[in-house]
Design a protein around this ligand. Structure first.
Ligand code: BEZ
Ligand code: FE
Length: 291
């Protein structure tokens, strides 16, 4: 008996059989969910290379791009999330994971500038510590889908200053915790606090993602927005923004975060002690039960 292998029986990798060749390598102990994700990813990725007839020099550029995207990452900079954001992938994943009934407040992108453990304030406090910008009263209620007040809702807010930067982008220039704070609702579910009207600003664009945007002839700007993270026991966490309606970048947000239900009024606060007033109610849905 010959111990030569019958070569005609081996499924070597070919252009035509590339997907089957890769997927056929998984062993029987592969994690089921990972195998499902891997199979779809390999199919789409191989199809993509075939669709565009990917050239070697183009793939080399892509590898260099991914390498520099990784190299610029550190504890304060996450360029891969930024890449996901400008590809609309963060918003797509967020949409898949946060489908809510009509009337509930919609989610949007978290962004890189949230900081845990911001100062907790009494209702009415002013979160603008640098005294710059156009003063604004933010007010409304946290309610459930039936309009009942949600007591004990924690409203964590943050926004940029008049110059378009978050405090964490300008340590030593802006006071720590500038334009950030946490407010907790009482029995009526109401909230109000003072701050400044946010302004539009560019996402960090001095790295590989910024260069990519230039090559795609895209701008890096986000329309003016106020960030909110609203949590309450028994309710789904809301990670969202309110957007200022007249902003020039509303229809071309660099990270696709705008939803029509999140565009909030910013009206002159006649008779009040701030220039603007921005009313907005948050509508929470019960937490999904496990299983
Ligand atoms: C932000 O709104 O803070 C943000 C979101 C995505 C990327 C960069 C910034
Ligand atoms: Fe932001």
């Amino acid at each position: 008996m010959s111990n030569l292998v019958d070569l005609s029986k081996i499924d070597y990798f070919t252009e035509e059989s590339s997907v089957e060749a890769v997927l056929g390598r998984n062993g029987s102990k592969a994690d089921a969910r990972l195998a499902q994700i891997w199979a779809s990813l390999i199919q789409h990725l191989h199809q993509f290379a075939k669709d565009v007839e990917l050239r070697q020099d183009e793939w080399d550029v892509a590898i260099d791009f991914l390498t520099s995207t990784g190299q610029i990452c550190d504890e304060n900079r996450q360029e891969f999330i930024l890449l996901s954001d400008v590809m609309g992938f963060s918003m797509l994943t967020d949409a898949i994971n946060n489908r809510r009934p009509e009337g509930a407040t919609e989610n949007t992108v978290l962004g890189p500038f949230h900081v845990e453990n911001a100062p907790e304030y009494e209702m009415g406090a002013n979160i603008s510590l640098d005294g710059k910008g156009q003063s604004c009263l933010f007010e409304g209620r946290v309610v459930d889908l039936d309009g009942n007040p949600v007591e004990g809702a924690r409203i964590d807010v943050w926004c940029d200053n008049e110059d378009g930067f978050y405090d964490v982008q300008q340590p030593g220039i802006q006071p720590r915790w500038n334009n950030r704070g946490v407010f907790t609702t009482g029995t009526d579910g109401a909230y109000h606090f003072k701050g400044v009207k946010p302004v539009s600003y560019p996402i960090p664009h001095d790295g590989p993602v910024g260069k990519l945007l230039i090559q795609l002839d895209r701008h890096p700007y986000r329309p003016a927005h106020m960030h909110y993270m609203v949590t309450a026991p028994g309710y789904e966490k809301i990670v969202t923004h309110t957007f200022a309606g007249e902003d020039e970048y509303l229809k071309s947000d660099a990270v696709f975060g705008v939803k029509s239900t999140l565009v909030a009024p910013f009206v002159e606060n006649e008779g009040g002690d701030t220039k603007w007033r921005s009313p907005f109610d948050f509508v929470m849905v019960p937490e999904k039960s496990e299983g």
